[in-house]
Design a protein around this ligand. Structure first.
Ligand code: UD1
Length: 433
């Protein structure tokens, strides 16, 4: 394999891209598309790979800015990372620092996942606290309480969260909320703590199961991921392995909505049907036709779509990461829909941008009331976060006229070559750098 030299992450120091997307909408998307590896799976798995003192090979890795930032975080610690196409090789033998500085944490919240991995292998960690973000306050109290219960002395002052082993041993941890990140961080930390740890009210997302599979392949003893109780027997050593990441259920959901909102027909390959079931169920209720086919799923949007009510919930409920995209769709169907966001406290930033395109949406607290319009109209809008950006692209694809979407760097964090994939489905979309 012709591997590039050790790579320090391609994220520019300012983190600002001036690119924009120009979309001319109102055309049905048609064709086939292959879904990339899951962003939310690969991030904790990259962090977990430093728990081994041997080389880890990850395949099916999408080309995303968030992955560049995680690679930058790991190389800051001293790991060597090589990438060739969708293969990432992580060699953590040379790790010499246990600290993630603020300039990296600020770029991506998921850098906090490195803390559980560092504690597991080196028994100490210091990670700059990223603070809030565009979709809500996002505290890390559940992560820290979990580390404390395992016997780490935790200090969360002066912009850092720090942990150091004092009297570490397996324990029972009851999460107040099934937080995805806290479940992953505690799973990693507990995997190398002596004794048995039980996590109750654990998150059940497919990405937790992928992390369990990866850890177990390395030699960990984790059981129960995908259910609400996870049992971990601590081990002393983890070996280097090869692992292929699961497909991205949120990218799949986004393309399913793209088919429906443009009243087109798209075949999605590389999809785990069970993982997208909450989105499939809602799209069917709205009136889309969805069939399983050999390679994955075929989605068709009819002209007779109807309103639906949606409440975001932890998996297997409707994913918060699909809420902005489905809201774009509901803005274009007959009737009044109600969307309730229960996971994040500020995840309606896309509403004011959708309104610029003519959407009729009223927001009261965590509830949005959407009166569907026959058409949206092209406009200049700004992506304020990753999934808000996806929602605006979808709205623009269905709208009459031309739209200009700025803030494209948010979209680059989590969608691999989005405009190219859409172009291949017949969209009139252009990226201007
Ligand atoms: C992960 C996903 C993100 C998704 C989210 C919910 C990754 C990299 N990101 O984020 O795309 O939107 O799950 O499905 O996988 N909370 C606390 N205290 C904590 C931790 C969380 O109060 O210690 C709250 C958060 O503020 C939020 C809710 O719990 O309101 C859900 O957060 P969590 O499940 O932890 O999301 P993330 O792991 O950050």
């Amino acid at each position: 394999m012709n591997l590039k030299p050790a790579w320090l992450g391609a994220y520019p120091s300012g983190g600002v891209f001036l690119g924009k997307l120009i979309v001319r909408g109102n055309m049905p998307l048609k064709g086939q598309i292959t879904i990339s590896g899951s962003k939310n799976s690969i991030l904790p798995i990259m962090a977990a790979s430093i728990m081994s003192n041997e080389e880890v090979v990850l395949t099916g890795v999408p080309d995303l800015e968030d992955i560049n930032v995680m690679a930058e975080a790991l190389t800051t610690l001293g790991a060597r990372i090589k990438r060739e196409d969708d293969v990432l090789i992580i060699d953590s033998r040379s790790i010499s620092s246990y600290e993630i500085p603020e300039n990296i944490s600020r770029k991506m919240r998921a850098s906090n996942l490195v803390m559980g991995a560092l504690l597991a292998r080196f028994r100490e960690a210091k990670v700059a606290y990223p603070g809030g973000c565009n979709i809500g306050s996002r505290p890390v109290d559940l992560h820290l309480k979990g580390f404390e219960s395992l016997g780490y002395k935790v200090n969360a002052e002066a912009g850092f969260m720090e942990g150091k082993a004092v009297n570490i041993k397996g324990t029972e941890i009851m999460l107040d909320f099934p937080s995805v990140g806290a479940t992953e961080n505690i799973m990693m930390a507990a995997s190398m703590v002596p004794g048995t740890t039980i996590i109750r009210n654990a998150a059940r997302e497919p990405e937790i199961v992928d992390l369990q599979n990866f850890l177990n392949r390395m030699g960990a003893k984790v059981k129960g991921a995908g259910l609400d109780t996870i049992r971990i027997e601590g081990v002393k050593y983890l070996e280097g392995v090869q692992h292929t990441v699961i497909p991205d259920r949120i990218e799949a959901g986004t393309f399913m909505v793209a088919a429906v909102i443009t009243r087109g027909e798209v075949c999605l390959n590389n999809v785990i049907v069970e993982h997208v079931q909450p989105v499939v169920a809602k799209l069917k209720e709205i009136g889309a036709e969805i069939y399983n086919c050999n390679a994955g799923i075929r989605v068709t949007g009819s002209r007779n779509l109807r309103a639906a009510d949606i409440k975001t919930m932890p998996y297997p409920g409707f994913p918060t990461d699909m809420q902005p995209q489905i809201m774009a769709l509901l803005s274009t169907v007959k009737g009044t829909s109600v969307v309730v966001e229960t996971i994040f406290d500020n995840r309606f930033m896309h509403v004011q941008e959708l309104r610029r395109m003519g959407a009729d949406i009223k927001v009261e607290g965590r509830v949005a009331i959407i009166k569907g319009k026959k058409y949206l109209e092209g406009a200049s809008v700004e992506a304020t976060d990753l999934r808000a950006g996806a929602a605006l692209v979808l709205a623009a694809l269905s709208a009459v006229g031309e739209s200009e979407i700025t803030g494209v760097y948010h979209i680059d964090r989590g969608y691999e070559k989005l405009h190219i994939k859409l172009k291949n489905l017949g969209a009139d979309i252009e990226r201007i750098e």
